[in-house]
Design a protein around this ligand. Structure first.
Ligand SMILES: [Zn+2]
Length: 395
Protein backbone atom coordinates (compact mmCIF):
# COMPACT_ATOMS: atom_id res chain seq x y z
CA UNK A 1 0.00 0.00 0.00
CA UNK A 2 2.79 2.35 0.96
CA UNK A 3 4.70 1.65 -2.24
CA UNK A 4 1.52 2.29 -4.20
CA UNK A 5 1.16 5.69 -2.62
CA UNK A 6 4.84 6.51 -2.96
CA UNK A 7 4.79 5.58 -6.63
CA UNK A 8 2.16 8.16 -7.30
CA UNK A 9 4.46 11.03 -6.42
CA UNK A 10 2.76 14.35 -5.77
CA UNK A 11 5.40 16.77 -6.75
CA UNK A 12 5.56 18.22 -10.23
CA UNK A 13 9.00 17.86 -11.78
CA UNK A 14 10.86 20.97 -10.65
CA UNK A 15 11.42 23.24 -13.57
CA UNK A 16 13.66 25.91 -12.16
CA UNK A 17 16.41 26.46 -9.59
CA UNK A 18 14.39 29.23 -7.87
CA UNK A 19 11.37 26.97 -7.65
CA UNK A 20 13.37 24.18 -6.03
CA UNK A 21 14.55 26.58 -3.29
CA UNK A 22 11.03 27.22 -2.02
CA UNK A 23 10.52 25.77 1.49
CA UNK A 24 7.61 23.60 0.37
CA UNK A 25 9.82 21.93 -2.25
CA UNK A 26 12.87 21.53 0.02
CA UNK A 27 10.78 19.89 2.74
CA UNK A 28 8.87 17.95 0.08
CA UNK A 29 12.11 16.48 -1.23
CA UNK A 30 13.12 15.44 2.31
CA UNK A 31 9.68 13.90 2.98
CA UNK A 32 9.58 12.01 -0.32
CA UNK A 33 13.07 10.56 0.09
CA UNK A 34 12.15 9.61 3.64
CA UNK A 35 8.94 7.89 2.46
CA UNK A 36 10.86 5.94 -0.17
CA UNK A 37 13.48 4.84 2.38
CA UNK A 38 10.72 3.90 4.79
CA UNK A 39 8.91 1.83 2.16
CA UNK A 40 12.11 -0.21 1.73
CA UNK A 41 13.39 -0.41 5.30
CA UNK A 42 10.51 0.54 7.60
CA UNK A 43 9.80 -3.09 8.52
CA UNK A 44 13.06 -3.10 10.51
CA UNK A 45 11.40 -0.89 13.14
CA UNK A 46 9.25 -3.86 14.16
CA UNK A 47 6.59 -2.84 16.63
CA UNK A 48 7.37 0.84 16.09
CA UNK A 49 6.93 0.74 12.30
CA UNK A 50 3.36 2.06 12.51
CA UNK A 51 4.43 5.07 14.61
CA UNK A 52 7.21 5.85 12.14
CA UNK A 53 4.74 5.50 9.29
CA UNK A 54 2.40 8.07 10.89
CA UNK A 55 5.23 10.59 10.93
CA UNK A 56 6.38 9.94 7.37
CA UNK A 57 2.93 9.82 5.77
CA UNK A 58 1.71 12.70 7.94
CA UNK A 59 4.54 14.94 6.72
CA UNK A 60 3.78 14.01 3.11
CA UNK A 61 0.06 14.61 3.67
CA UNK A 62 0.61 18.10 5.14
CA UNK A 63 3.04 19.12 2.40
CA UNK A 64 0.93 17.71 -0.44
CA UNK A 65 -2.22 19.43 0.79
CA UNK A 66 -0.27 22.70 1.14
CA UNK A 67 0.38 22.65 -2.61
CA UNK A 68 -3.09 21.20 -3.27
CA UNK A 69 -1.57 18.19 -5.01
CA UNK A 70 -3.87 15.59 -6.52
CA UNK A 71 -2.42 12.84 -4.35
CA UNK A 72 -3.08 14.70 -1.06
CA UNK A 73 -6.14 12.55 -0.18
CA UNK A 74 -4.09 9.38 -0.68
CA UNK A 75 -1.38 10.55 1.71
CA UNK A 76 -4.05 11.59 4.22
CA UNK A 77 -5.77 8.19 3.96
CA UNK A 78 -2.42 6.46 4.47
CA UNK A 79 -1.74 8.62 7.52
CA UNK A 80 -5.11 7.71 9.05
CA UNK A 81 -4.53 4.02 8.39
CA UNK A 82 -1.04 4.18 9.93
CA UNK A 83 -2.46 6.04 12.94
CA UNK A 84 -5.05 3.28 13.44
CA UNK A 85 -2.26 0.66 13.30
CA UNK A 86 -0.10 2.66 15.73
CA UNK A 87 -3.02 3.06 18.13
CA UNK A 88 -3.72 -0.70 17.98
CA UNK A 89 -0.05 -1.39 18.74
CA UNK A 90 -0.03 1.06 21.67
CA UNK A 91 -3.22 -0.49 23.01
CA UNK A 92 -1.86 -4.02 22.81
CA UNK A 93 1.39 -2.97 24.53
CA UNK A 94 -0.46 -1.27 27.36
CA UNK A 95 -2.81 -4.25 27.71
CA UNK A 96 0.13 -6.60 27.94
CA UNK A 97 1.71 -4.51 30.70
CA UNK A 98 -1.58 -4.31 32.62
CA UNK A 99 -2.01 -8.10 32.38
CA UNK A 100 1.56 -8.66 33.59
CA UNK A 101 1.06 -6.26 36.52
CA UNK A 102 -2.16 -8.01 37.51
CA UNK A 103 -0.49 -11.41 37.27
CA UNK A 104 2.42 -10.18 39.41
CA UNK A 105 0.04 -8.83 42.05
CA UNK A 106 -1.81 -12.16 42.12
CA UNK A 107 1.32 -14.33 42.31
CA UNK A 108 3.20 -12.26 44.87
CA UNK A 109 3.66 -14.30 48.04
CA UNK A 110 5.68 -11.78 50.00
CA UNK A 111 8.93 -13.73 49.73
CA UNK A 112 11.92 -11.41 49.82
CA UNK A 113 14.80 -12.18 47.48
CA UNK A 114 18.30 -10.74 47.59
CA UNK A 115 19.38 -9.57 44.16
CA UNK A 116 23.12 -9.52 43.48
CA UNK A 117 25.23 -6.66 42.08
CA UNK A 118 25.70 -8.20 38.61
CA UNK A 119 21.94 -8.22 38.02
CA UNK A 120 21.53 -4.61 39.12
CA UNK A 121 24.49 -3.53 36.98
CA UNK A 122 23.08 -5.37 33.95
CA UNK A 123 19.66 -3.76 34.50
CA UNK A 124 21.17 -0.26 34.66
CA UNK A 125 23.33 -0.97 31.64
CA UNK A 126 20.41 -2.04 29.44
CA UNK A 127 18.33 1.02 30.39
CA UNK A 128 21.26 3.42 29.96
CA UNK A 129 22.20 1.99 26.57
CA UNK A 130 18.72 2.68 25.15
CA UNK A 131 18.79 6.24 26.47
CA UNK A 132 22.21 6.90 25.02
CA UNK A 133 21.16 5.59 21.59
CA UNK A 134 18.08 7.83 21.48
CA UNK A 135 20.03 10.93 22.58
CA UNK A 136 22.71 10.26 19.96
CA UNK A 137 20.08 9.95 17.22
CA UNK A 138 18.42 13.21 18.35
CA UNK A 139 21.78 15.01 18.27
CA UNK A 140 22.61 13.61 14.81
CA UNK A 141 19.22 14.61 13.40
CA UNK A 142 19.57 18.17 14.77
CA UNK A 143 23.03 18.36 13.19
CA UNK A 144 21.66 17.11 9.84
CA UNK A 145 18.89 19.70 9.81
CA UNK A 146 21.52 22.36 10.62
CA UNK A 147 23.60 21.14 7.68
CA UNK A 148 20.55 21.18 5.42
CA UNK A 149 19.77 24.74 6.47
CA UNK A 150 23.38 25.81 5.73
CA UNK A 151 23.24 24.19 2.26
CA UNK A 152 19.90 25.77 1.61
CA UNK A 153 20.83 29.30 2.66
CA UNK A 154 24.13 28.93 0.79
CA UNK A 155 22.30 27.92 -2.39
CA UNK A 156 19.77 30.74 -1.99
CA UNK A 157 22.51 33.38 -1.80
CA UNK A 158 24.37 32.27 -4.93
CA UNK A 159 23.48 32.70 -8.57
CA UNK A 160 21.54 29.85 -10.23
CA UNK A 161 23.87 27.32 -11.92
CA UNK A 162 24.07 27.49 -15.70
CA UNK A 163 22.72 23.97 -16.28
CA UNK A 164 19.45 25.00 -14.59
CA UNK A 165 19.19 21.85 -12.52
CA UNK A 166 17.06 21.75 -9.38
CA UNK A 167 18.50 22.23 -5.90
CA UNK A 168 18.60 19.01 -3.85
CA UNK A 169 20.34 19.38 -0.47
CA UNK A 170 22.98 16.71 0.20
CA UNK A 171 21.66 16.19 3.73
CA UNK A 172 18.13 15.48 2.42
CA UNK A 173 18.44 11.66 2.22
CA UNK A 174 19.47 11.47 5.89
CA UNK A 175 17.71 14.30 7.75
CA UNK A 176 14.16 12.92 7.57
CA UNK A 177 15.02 9.30 8.24
CA UNK A 178 17.24 10.13 11.21
CA UNK A 179 14.53 12.33 12.70
CA UNK A 180 11.95 9.54 12.39
CA UNK A 181 14.39 7.07 13.98
CA UNK A 182 15.19 9.51 16.79
CA UNK A 183 11.52 10.08 17.63
CA UNK A 184 10.73 6.34 17.42
CA UNK A 185 13.71 5.52 19.67
CA UNK A 186 12.64 8.16 22.17
CA UNK A 187 9.11 6.73 22.34
CA UNK A 188 10.57 3.25 22.77
CA UNK A 189 12.94 4.38 25.56
CA UNK A 190 10.15 6.21 27.41
CA UNK A 191 7.86 3.16 27.17
CA UNK A 192 10.61 0.82 28.31
CA UNK A 193 11.40 3.11 31.24
CA UNK A 194 7.72 3.21 32.23
CA UNK A 195 7.15 -0.55 31.89
CA UNK A 196 10.35 -1.33 33.79
CA UNK A 197 9.40 1.15 36.51
CA UNK A 198 6.14 -0.75 37.10
CA UNK A 199 7.90 -4.09 37.49
CA UNK A 200 11.27 -3.20 39.04
CA UNK A 201 11.86 -4.94 42.31
CA UNK A 202 9.88 -8.00 41.14
CA UNK A 203 11.69 -11.30 40.63
CA UNK A 204 9.78 -13.85 38.57
CA UNK A 205 10.28 -17.58 38.85
CA UNK A 206 9.94 -18.29 35.12
CA UNK A 207 10.64 -21.50 33.24
CA UNK A 208 12.68 -20.10 30.38
CA UNK A 209 12.67 -22.96 27.85
CA UNK A 210 9.01 -23.26 26.90
CA UNK A 211 8.08 -20.22 28.98
CA UNK A 212 7.20 -16.72 27.78
CA UNK A 213 10.81 -15.75 27.09
CA UNK A 214 14.01 -17.22 25.89
CA UNK A 215 17.35 -16.37 27.39
CA UNK A 216 20.53 -15.75 25.45
CA UNK A 217 22.84 -18.63 26.31
CA UNK A 218 25.73 -17.83 28.60
CA UNK A 219 28.77 -17.49 26.37
CA UNK A 220 30.93 -20.52 27.15
CA UNK A 221 34.56 -20.45 26.23
CA UNK A 222 36.11 -23.69 25.10
CA UNK A 223 39.80 -24.58 24.94
CA UNK A 224 40.40 -22.64 28.15
CA UNK A 225 41.52 -23.62 31.64
CA UNK A 226 40.67 -22.06 34.95
CA UNK A 227 43.47 -20.07 36.50
CA UNK A 228 43.52 -22.60 39.35
CA UNK A 229 44.19 -25.46 36.88
CA UNK A 230 47.44 -23.82 35.83
CA UNK A 231 48.92 -24.43 39.28
CA UNK A 232 50.06 -27.91 38.17
CA UNK A 233 53.87 -27.46 37.86
CA UNK A 234 53.91 -29.27 34.49
CA UNK A 235 51.30 -26.96 32.93
CA UNK A 236 52.75 -24.13 30.86
CA UNK A 237 49.43 -22.71 29.57
CA UNK A 238 49.69 -19.52 31.61
CA UNK A 239 53.41 -18.98 30.95
CA UNK A 240 52.87 -19.53 27.22
CA UNK A 241 49.84 -17.24 27.09
CA UNK A 242 51.84 -14.59 28.93
CA UNK A 243 54.74 -14.96 26.55
CA UNK A 244 52.60 -14.72 23.43
CA UNK A 245 50.51 -11.81 24.50
CA UNK A 246 51.47 -10.02 27.66
CA UNK A 247 48.29 -7.93 27.85
CA UNK A 248 45.86 -10.36 26.27
CA UNK A 249 45.13 -12.35 29.41
CA UNK A 250 42.84 -9.67 30.83
CA UNK A 251 40.62 -10.14 27.75
CA UNK A 252 39.90 -13.74 28.66
CA UNK A 253 38.48 -12.54 31.94
CA UNK A 254 36.94 -14.51 34.79
CA UNK A 255 40.25 -16.23 35.58
CA UNK A 256 40.30 -18.06 32.21
CA UNK A 257 43.52 -18.90 30.40
CA UNK A 258 43.69 -20.30 26.83
CA UNK A 259 44.75 -23.97 26.89
CA UNK A 260 47.94 -24.56 24.91
CA UNK A 261 47.89 -27.30 22.25
CA UNK A 262 51.13 -28.89 23.52
CA UNK A 263 50.67 -28.49 27.29
CA UNK A 264 51.48 -31.84 28.98
CA UNK A 265 48.40 -31.37 31.20
CA UNK A 266 45.87 -29.70 28.87
CA UNK A 267 47.22 -30.34 25.34
CA UNK A 268 45.53 -32.07 22.40
CA UNK A 269 47.55 -35.27 22.96
CA UNK A 270 46.27 -35.40 26.55
CA UNK A 271 42.66 -35.04 25.39
CA UNK A 272 43.18 -37.87 22.89
CA UNK A 273 45.02 -40.22 25.24
CA UNK A 274 42.28 -40.17 27.89
CA UNK A 275 40.33 -43.43 28.04
CA UNK A 276 36.60 -43.03 27.52
CA UNK A 277 35.74 -43.14 31.24
CA UNK A 278 38.33 -40.51 32.08
CA UNK A 279 37.11 -38.34 29.20
CA UNK A 280 33.48 -38.64 30.34
CA UNK A 281 34.45 -37.82 33.93
CA UNK A 282 36.24 -34.65 32.81
CA UNK A 283 33.36 -33.73 30.48
CA UNK A 284 30.91 -34.15 33.35
CA UNK A 285 33.02 -31.83 35.49
CA UNK A 286 32.78 -29.33 32.64
CA UNK A 287 36.44 -29.01 31.72
CA UNK A 288 36.47 -26.46 28.93
CA UNK A 289 39.91 -27.47 27.65
CA UNK A 290 38.57 -30.78 26.29
CA UNK A 291 36.55 -29.05 23.62
CA UNK A 292 37.40 -27.24 20.40
CA UNK A 293 36.96 -23.48 20.68
CA UNK A 294 34.12 -23.54 18.09
CA UNK A 295 32.32 -26.58 19.44
CA UNK A 296 29.41 -26.49 21.85
CA UNK A 297 29.51 -28.44 25.09
CA UNK A 298 27.16 -31.18 26.30
CA UNK A 299 24.42 -30.08 28.66
CA UNK A 300 24.08 -31.85 31.98
CA UNK A 301 20.62 -32.19 33.41
CA UNK A 302 20.27 -29.71 36.26
CA UNK A 303 23.17 -27.59 35.02
CA UNK A 304 22.35 -23.92 35.68
CA UNK A 305 23.90 -23.12 32.31
CA UNK A 306 21.64 -25.51 30.43
CA UNK A 307 19.09 -22.85 29.62
CA UNK A 308 16.98 -23.28 32.73
CA UNK A 309 17.16 -20.05 34.67
CA UNK A 310 16.07 -19.58 38.21
CA UNK A 311 14.48 -16.19 37.83
CA UNK A 312 13.90 -13.04 35.84
CA UNK A 313 14.34 -9.59 37.35
CA UNK A 314 11.74 -6.97 36.38
CA UNK A 315 10.18 -8.87 33.46
CA UNK A 316 7.68 -6.44 31.92
CA UNK A 317 6.76 -8.01 28.59
CA UNK A 318 8.28 -6.99 25.27
CA UNK A 319 9.31 -3.56 26.56
CA UNK A 320 11.74 -5.04 29.09
CA UNK A 321 12.41 -8.78 28.90
CA UNK A 322 13.90 -8.99 32.39
CA UNK A 323 17.42 -9.87 33.55
CA UNK A 324 17.94 -13.67 33.85
CA UNK A 325 19.01 -14.65 37.37
CA UNK A 326 20.79 -17.69 38.80
CA UNK A 327 20.47 -18.79 42.39
CA UNK A 328 23.94 -18.37 43.86
CA UNK A 329 23.78 -19.51 47.44
CA UNK A 330 20.76 -17.47 48.53
CA UNK A 331 21.55 -14.46 46.32
CA UNK A 332 19.80 -14.19 42.97
CA UNK A 333 22.32 -12.75 40.56
CA UNK A 334 23.04 -12.49 36.85
CA UNK A 335 26.04 -14.41 35.51
CA UNK A 336 27.80 -11.13 34.79
CA UNK A 337 27.27 -7.38 34.61
CA UNK A 338 26.90 -7.56 30.81
CA UNK A 339 23.98 -10.01 30.84
CA UNK A 340 21.36 -9.15 28.22
CA UNK A 341 17.64 -9.08 28.87
CA UNK A 342 15.61 -12.14 27.94
CA UNK A 343 13.64 -11.91 24.68
CA UNK A 344 9.89 -12.12 24.40
CA UNK A 345 8.90 -15.31 22.64
CA UNK A 346 6.25 -14.97 20.00
CA UNK A 347 4.19 -17.88 18.82
CA UNK A 348 5.73 -17.43 15.38
CA UNK A 349 9.20 -18.07 16.80
CA UNK A 350 8.57 -21.82 17.06
CA UNK A 351 11.63 -23.68 18.32
CA UNK A 352 13.75 -21.91 20.89
CA UNK A 353 17.39 -21.60 19.95
CA UNK A 354 19.28 -23.93 22.22
CA UNK A 355 22.81 -23.97 23.41
CA UNK A 356 23.29 -27.57 22.33
CA UNK A 357 22.60 -26.72 18.69
CA UNK A 358 25.95 -25.86 17.22
CA UNK A 359 26.26 -23.09 14.65
CA UNK A 360 29.43 -24.72 13.42
CA UNK A 361 30.04 -27.87 11.44
CA UNK A 362 32.63 -30.19 12.93
CA UNK A 363 35.87 -30.61 10.97
CA UNK A 364 36.18 -33.08 8.14
CA UNK A 365 35.59 -36.72 9.08
CA UNK A 366 39.03 -37.82 7.86
CA UNK A 367 40.80 -36.66 11.02
CA UNK A 368 38.49 -38.52 13.38
CA UNK A 369 40.30 -40.49 16.07
CA UNK A 370 37.30 -42.01 17.84
CA UNK A 371 33.82 -41.30 19.19
CA UNK A 372 33.07 -41.17 22.91
CA UNK A 373 29.51 -41.94 23.97
CA UNK A 374 28.55 -39.47 26.68
CA UNK A 375 25.37 -41.26 27.82
CA UNK A 376 27.03 -43.16 30.74
CA UNK A 377 27.83 -39.75 32.31
CA UNK A 378 24.21 -38.56 31.90
CA UNK A 379 24.87 -36.37 28.91
CA UNK A 380 23.08 -36.54 25.59
CA UNK A 381 25.17 -37.08 22.45
CA UNK A 382 28.76 -37.98 21.69
CA UNK A 383 32.21 -36.44 21.68
CA UNK A 384 34.18 -36.84 18.47
CA UNK A 385 37.94 -36.73 18.99
CA UNK A 386 40.32 -35.58 16.24
CA UNK A 387 43.97 -36.43 15.75
CA UNK A 388 45.08 -32.82 15.49
CA UNK A 389 42.40 -30.99 17.42
CA UNK A 390 40.30 -30.91 20.53
CA UNK A 391 37.01 -32.80 20.78
CA UNK A 392 33.75 -31.74 19.12
CA UNK A 393 30.41 -32.25 20.73
CA UNK A 394 27.73 -33.84 18.51
CA UNK A 395 24.27 -33.63 20.16
ZN1 LIG B 1 48.09 -26.42 30.80
Amino acid sequence: MLAFIVDRGWQEPLSSWEDSLRPINVFGTVALICAAVFALGGWALGRMAASGLVMVLGACAVLSSAVAAASAPLWAAGTVLAAVLAAAEARSSSRQLTAIMQLAARLKDGTKVRVGPNALAAERRVLRRGRRFAITLLAVSIALWGLLWLEWSGAASQAPPSDARAFVPGAAPFAGGTTVLAVVSTIRVVWRWWAHRQMRGTVWAVPCPGGPVWVHPIPLRNAVINASDSENPECFCEAEADRRDAEGLAEWGDGMIPAQDYCPVHGIDVVNSLDHDAFRALAASRRAWLWDIDSTRPVLSGDPRSGTRDGLLAFAGHAFGGIPLLDRGGVMDAWGPRTETADERRTADGEIPHEAESDFLPPHQSGVLDVVDLAPAEMRGTAVRYRHGRAWYVP
